[in-house]
Design a protein around this ligand. Structure first.
Ligand code: OXD
Ligand code: MN
Length: 579
């Protein structure tokens, strides 16, 4: 009898009608052949092999350069299961709408069958997915981002237990773009986009949306978190997981260079975007990075902001929508102070020197194994035990540099309120309005956010040694609009305080919003920062926090009866502490 995989591939082929079907094995020969075919077809341009060995440039359709949240749907049986923060369609309606779009869409094309594993192959947390796609660019990206090909198929070993994803770039028409998640079956259908976040179904679709719904059912967690390893001077290893909304420097934090290396503090990277976490037999929370690559934003990445990323992407990488020099060197805004001469911009035109040379969301896809700071434990099948969880947002005022929750419930409350303020440069509408992004999962939670909060609260019951939860804010400004905190590598000082607190060391002062570092508790060795700036960074203004609590109350009304009582209680307690 045919396996579920064979039957499904057959069904999708009958619908999409490709000229041929090709099963990817993930080998070197395979990718070399595909790269060659993409160069011939104009999908890839080979970059300068002397400086960027085995690297390729891809220019996407200019209408297809970012995730499209308005075309992303959770297709659960009932609308209330998707909740107020997701777009919803009934599964029957979604299928009826999408089937005609898929009908014959792969005529003249090859259908690639791409088996992949998320997580180390021998990890109890790892899972297999199989994506069908007509995009060789997607295949090349999946080969970097996941354990793709024969190894994943071997792991599956004929079983039915895999996540099926059907993807076609279609005609790339944004009007007909859909990314539909059938969460009860664990299936994704994506059509008319080739952009990573829409088309690499392993990433946001499976490792977050489908996985979060599965994790809720099975008692683990799929989170939008980096994982980093801290080596302390005594050689002990500490692990920090961190969730930040986009544009908060998550990849930079995951790869930060320790300014205190001379004192024996070292930082290594385990993951930069996604963490799967489960309670261990020891009552601690253990995390794996399900991915094997980084799909990072290129603009702003440079020798100062992230030297580790710069080293990682020098080989075997794909650059999407960056600019390029006449001799094939990729460039993006802020890569160097002065742009090189005679750039070709991301659209393939001679750069006018005014519009962005690279698209602001230009990306690199690069193997994690090449990262100079990668931890030797990044592929440990058991994962790493998390000591500290950070939640961060971008707040020009209000939120201090760091504060610690009183307990797990309070930490979950804090996490549910994070977000980023709109700035004048960013959007029309009021400046300083906050877009709340609970746990940085707003676009990625595959079910009702109120139930997600409940799941977070209930996870505590399985943990006898839960991580300590902290909020951080690298983005506070003074009255003149200047950053108060230098950020980047110096953020380590905040991580150290959090780790020390998790061990019951280091001083803290109790405030209505949580524990803040007491005077001299932050290690500022070798850092020049004014006392007044530090005071401002750690200031808690009661009036501002009362206004914040009021806004959180309004935000919470969105979740109706599904807001856990324990969260409402936290808000009440905060209001009481604020007086
Ligand atoms: C990403 C995102 O690309 O969060 O990682 O959008
Ligand atoms: Mn992300």
């Amino acid at each position: 009898m045919a396996s579920k995989l064979e039957t499904w591939v057959d069904e999708c082929a009958r619908l999409t009608k490709p000229d041929s079907i090709y099963w990817c094995d993930g080998s070197e020969e395979e990718i070399e052949r595909l790269n060659g075919e993409m160069i011939d077809a104009g999908i890839f341009q080979r970059l300068n092999d002397d400086v960027y060995r085995n690297c390729h440039l891809h220019r996407s359709d200019p209408r297809d350069v970012a995730r499209t949240e308005h075309s992303t749907f959770i297709c659960s049986d009932k609308e209330e299961e998707a909740g107020p923060t997701n777009n919803w369609k009934h599964p029957d309606e979604a299928r009826a709408m999408l089937k005609p779009m898929y009908d014959g869409v792969m005529k003249g094309r090859t259908m690639y069958v791409v088996p992949y594993a998320l997580g180390p192959l021998d990890s109890p947390l790892s899972r297999v997915g199989v994506q069908l796609t007509d995009s060789p660019y997607v295949v090349a990206n999946l080969r970097i981002m996941t354990r793709m090909g024969k190894a994943a198929l071997d792991k599956l070993n004929g079983s039915d237990d895999f996540e099926p994803g059907l993807h076609s770039t279609g005609d790339l028409n944004p009007e007909n773009r859909y990314i539909c998640h059938f969460t009860s079956e664990g299936v994704v259908w994506s059509v008319n986009s080739g952009y990573g976040g829409n088309a690499l179904l392993s990433k946001k679709c499976f490792a977050l949306r489908i996985a979060s719904a599965r994790a809720k059912r099975d008692g683990w967690m799929a989170e939008h978190m980096l994982i980093l390893e801290l080596e302390m001077p005594d050689g002990s290893l500490k692990y920090v997981a961190g969730a930040f909304p986009s544009a908060c420097g998550k990849t930079n934090l995951a790869m930060l260079i320790s300014p205190l290396e001379n004192l024996g503090y070292k930082v290594r990277t385990v993951g930069d975007d996604i963490a799967w976490l489960r309670p261990g037999a020891d009552g601690r929370l253990w995390a794996i990075n399900p991915e094997t690559g980084f799909f990072g934003v290129a603009p702003g990445t440079n020798e100062q902001t992230n030297p580790n990323a710069m080293r990682t992407l020098e080989e075997n990488s794909i650059f999407t929508n960056v600019a390029v020099t006449p001799d094939g060197v990729p460039w993006w805004e802020d890569k160097t102070d002065v742009p090189p001469d005679n750039l070709t911009d991301w659209l393939g035109n001679s750069w006018d020197g005014e519009n962005p040379a690279a698209h602001p969301n230009a990306r690199y896809t690069t193997p994690a194994s090449q990262c100079p700071s990668i931890s030797p434990r990044w592929e440990d099948p058991d994962g790493v035990p998390i000591d500290v969880i950070l939640f961060g947002g971008r707040r020009a005022s209000l939120a201090p540099l760091v504060y610690e929750s009183f307990d797990w419930d309070h930490g979950v409350y804090m996490a549910s309120t994070i977000g980023s303020e709109t700035t004048a440069a960013q959007q029309s509408g009021a400046v300083g309005v906050i877009r709340r992004d609970p746990m940085a999962m707003l676009p990625f939670c595959g079910y009702h956010m109120g139930d997600y909060f409940t799941h977070w609260l209930e996870m505590k019951d399985q943990l006898t040694q839960p991580p300590k939860i902290f909020c951080v804010n690298w983005f506070r400004k003074d009255a003149g609009g200047n950053w108060l905190w230098p950020g980047f590598g110096e953020n380590l000082r905040v991580l150290l305080w959090a780790v020390e607190r998790s061990e019951g060391r280091s001083g803290a002062d109790e405030t209505p919003i949580g524990f803040l570092p007491s005077e001299n508790a932050l290690n500022l060795d070798g850092l020049k920062i004014e006392k007044t700036a530090l005071r401002e960074l750690l200031n808690v203004n009661r009036d501002d926090w009362q206004a914040e609590a009021e806004q959180v109350g309004e935000f919470y009304t969105r979740f109706g009866g599904r807001l856990p009582e324990r969260m409402a209680k936290q808000l009440k307690a905060l209001n009481k502490r604020l007086g």
